[in-house]
Ligand binder design. Structure first.
Ligand SMILES: Nc1ncnc2c1ncn2[C@@H]1O[C@H](COP(=O)(O)OP(=O)(O)OP(=O)(O)O)[C@@H](O)[C@H]1O
Ligand SMILES: [Mg+2]
Length: 235
């Protein structure tokens, strides 16, 4: 579903992503793990065209998208949930969800308000509340729910744990894992927290210095190799 091959991305003259490759299969949940500032967000931005790579290839469902506008990449079914969530503060929960509505691909069960509330009951309870009245955890759920309303083929999720209490993070992770299992959601997740990563994904890319992928491990290998965690992550 996603195939990134040897991309290079820059901010001005600053060469942030250097020769990065990764792939995500249909229905798979994969995580990019790495410390502060290694380039995790820039990797997601490179895929969705917000920081377009200057070299290499990004394919979505086999189609080349390097150089395609973010708007068109989004229309191809790539949902990006940034770490800052970007909830519309003046809109209610329900309005935030409705603005993202986009028809489903053929053969897939479409996402509706009711279906989002089924997975995130708290959003149903708070459907009339304004975006800014929500707690951090509720905002994160709304950001994910809003992405689902666009009926994406793949979701890119940037540090869902950011700013949330461990209890809420656990709740969000549990729902996301359920979406992958029950709805066949294809997910590319970014995290610094390996416990969250283990809860949501089965395969992990370790990102290190020079914004390169240092390796790829299964959840089992990650649990068994504490040195990897010390080397690449916040414990
Ligand atoms: N808009 C920008 N302009 C210039 N440099 C930037 C910009 N955004 C990020 N950078 C730099 O690019 C590098 C990678 O940043 P990025 O945000 O991708 O890392 P990250 O792994 O997502 O970090 P974090 O864990 O803090 O979210 C960092 O050195 C950062 O300072
Ligand atoms: Mg980041």
């Amino acid at each position: 579903m996603i195939k990134v091959d040897e991309i290079d991305s820059y901010y001005g003259t600053s060469h942030v992503i250097q020769g990065l490759s990764l792939s995500v299969e249909l229905g798979e949940a994969v995580c990019i793990l790495g410390r502060n500032g290694v380039g995790k967000t820039t990797t997601l931005r490179s895929i969705v065209g917000l920081t377009p790579p200057r070299a290499g290839s990004v394919k979505i469902g086999g189609q080349e998208v390097r150089g395609v506008s973010p708007h068109r990449i989004s229309r191809m079914g790539v949902a990006y949930v940034p770490a800052e969530r970007q909830i519309f503060p003046d809109l209610s929960v329900e309005e935030n969800l409705r603005v993202a509505e986009h028809p489903a691909q053929e053969g897939n069960e479409p996402w509706t308000l009711e279906r989002v509330y089924e997975y995130f009951p708290v959003l149903g309870d708070r459907r009339r509340s304004g975006g800014t009245k929500l707690s951090g955890g509720e905002q994160q759920m709304l950001a994910i729910g809003r992405a689902l309303m666009g009926n994406p083929r793949v979701m890119l999720l940037d540090e869902p744990s950011q700013g949330l209490s461990p209890l809420l993070v656990g709740k969000v992770a549990e729902i996301v894992a359920k979406l992958v299992k029950e709805c066949g959601l294809t997910l590319l997740l970014v995290e610094q927290n390996f416990r969250i990563a283990l809860q949501m994904a089965k395969r992990h890319y370790l990102m290190g210095t020079k914004s390169k992928i240092q390796g790829m491990v299964s959840s089992k290998e990650l649990i068994e190799n504490q040195d990897l965690i010390k080397k690449h992550l916040t414990v």
